[in-house]
Design a protein around this ligand. Structure first.
Ligand SMILES: N[C@@H](CCC(=O)N[C@@H](CS)C(=O)NCC(=O)O)C(=O)O
Length: 211
């Protein structure tokens, strides 16, 4: 099986997580930003993640890919319902998180933007979606004033969440993305949670390149 991803992409991370939890033998292909041809050739549209299954079929919806790979073998990880309070937290704050992470992602070190052309394509794609990225960066203090108190509220919720289940495919990609934001303050339980899941899923946090 082969998984086509962007390294920065929180949706792609869901698929990487289940592959990591289950130690699945998956080949990875990082698609360059601006490369429309490859995904369109595979699935007829520009979207990631894409899973090329062993039977030759393709899947494009991240949570469907998670379920498909989870069904592959025991133990199962994408089980139970999403924790209600953590799911509500994710829904309420994902907008603010996206506004913090998008301009920083465009300045960071990911394989899909390792050429000038690809980085420019990424900036163009995100500018089209969010408007001028410098304006988003300038609003950092406002977004931080929203997200840091929210992270304090999240800390006890994560302390009580000790298993791996569907909840993690919702909350961890947001937190891994947020780890690129230098001024985001994570509580002790949240840090512990992020390290636990990153280790189990064999994925990186972005703390080293936080801006
Ligand atoms: N619903 C999709 C959303 C995936 C998604 O939005 N992926 C982004 C990459 S982060 C994408 O494909 N963007 C279009 C593009 O690259 O132009 C899923 O969960 O798989």
């Amino acid at each position: 099986m082969r998984l086509y991803i962007y390294e920065h992409c929180p949706f792609c991370l869901r698929a990487r997580m289940i592959a990591g939890f289950k130690n699945l033998a998956i080949q990875y292909s990082v698609i360059m930003e601006g490369d429309e041809e490859t995904p369109i050739k595979l699935v007829g549209k520009k979207t990631l993640p894409i899973l090329q299954r062993a039977d030759g079929q393709y899947m494009t919806e991240s949570l469907d890919i998670v379920s498909y790979l989870d069904d592959w073998s025991d133990p199962k990880y994408a089980v139970n319902h999403v924790d209600e309070a953590i799911g509500a937290w994710a829904k309420e704050h994902s907008d603010t998180i996206v506004k913090l992470i998008v301009p920083r992602f465009t300045q960071s070190d990911f394989k899909e933007i390792s050429t000038l052309e690809a980085r420019q394509a990424f900036v163009a794609r995100e500018t089209q979606a969010f408007g001028p990225l410098t304006a988003l960066l300038d609003q950092t203090p406002e977004y931080i004033a929203q997200i840091n108190p929210a992270l304090e509220q999240l800390d006890p919720l994560l302390a009580a969440h000790t298993d791996i289940d569907k909840t993690d495919f919702i909350i961890f990609p947001l937190l891994r993305s947020l780890s690129i934001v230098k001024d985001a303050v994570f509580g002790a339980e949240t840090k512990r949670y992020m390290n636990r899941i990153a280790t189990a899923a064999k994925v990186d946090l972005l703390t080293d390149q936080a801006i």
